[in-house]
Design a protein around this ligand. Sequence first.
Ligand SMILES: NC(=O)c1ccc[n+]([C@@H]2O[C@H](COP(=O)([O-])OP(=O)(O)OC[C@H]3O[C@@H](n4cnc5c(N)ncnc54)[C@H](OP(=O)(O)O)[C@@H]3O)[C@@H](O)[C@H]2O)c1
Length: 226
Amino acid sequence: MTKQRIAVIGGTGPQGKGLGYRFARHGHDVIIGSRSAERAEPVADEVAARLEGLSGAGEVSGAANVDACGQADVVLLAVPYDGHDELVASLPLAGKTVISCVNPLGFDKRGAYGLVVDGGEGSAAESAQRLAPEATVVGAFHNVSAVGLWSEDEFLDEDVLCVGDSDEGKQIAMDLARAVTGREGISAGKLRLARQLEPFTAVLISINRKYKAHSGVRITGLPDQD
Ligand SMILES: NC(=O)c1ccc[n+]([C@@H]2O[C@H](COP(=O)([O-])OP(=O)(O)OC[C@H]3O[C@@H](n4cnc5c(N)ncnc54)[C@H](OP(=O)(O)O)[C@@H]3O)[C@@H](O)[C@H]2O)c1
């Protein structure tokens, strides 16, 4: 395993905190980011407390989003789509591998639905790549739920679908997926396929509502993965 130093932007929310916890539990160092360092620090302490006594866990600290990026090679974007573009444009992302799990979703009385981004020809991940052209943007972890991530389960019985235009960047996300599922993530295509992965989460939310469950995605028919 290549140990990574990962900044989690929006790490005070359930998705960022949950992924940060999983990454640190698997030996990566994690910096929980927030618009305010004062909000990041107690969340970092909460994650670190959960890892206490676990041999091989990585270090967890908290920082303002910009400082967290400065300290990391890999940056996870775990913020709401609302305000995403302004935030991404403000971050020092050049040269970093940036993983986006951002889902542009709307909710109305019929439930969750995917928002149309750039007239159907874009996605949050592609917006991040456009706003940070010198970063390598990958889409991954869109369909894993925060509840599962923060659970006691050692691994989630799900697959992490990873999309990106750089094989090297995608491989970093695929390796990080091991921290969540115990298996390498699945190489699921080019970055533009984030247009399918992001709104698919609305389908999982509908399933969860119907079955009172925490559903996930599992791909069958692949050669054995280790
Ligand atoms: N929750 C899930 O189960 C789940 C599953 C899969 C994917 N996702 C995706 O992961 C992302 C994060 O989800 P979440 O549920 O953790 O979201 P969240 O709790 O609504 O937001 C996460 C953090 O983002 C920061 N934030 C909020 N508004 C912001 C803005 N306008 N500009 C910059 N930062 C802002 C806040 O941190 P500070 O105030 O500390 O800066 C907040 O704690 C979303 O795009 C979501 O679609 C979520």
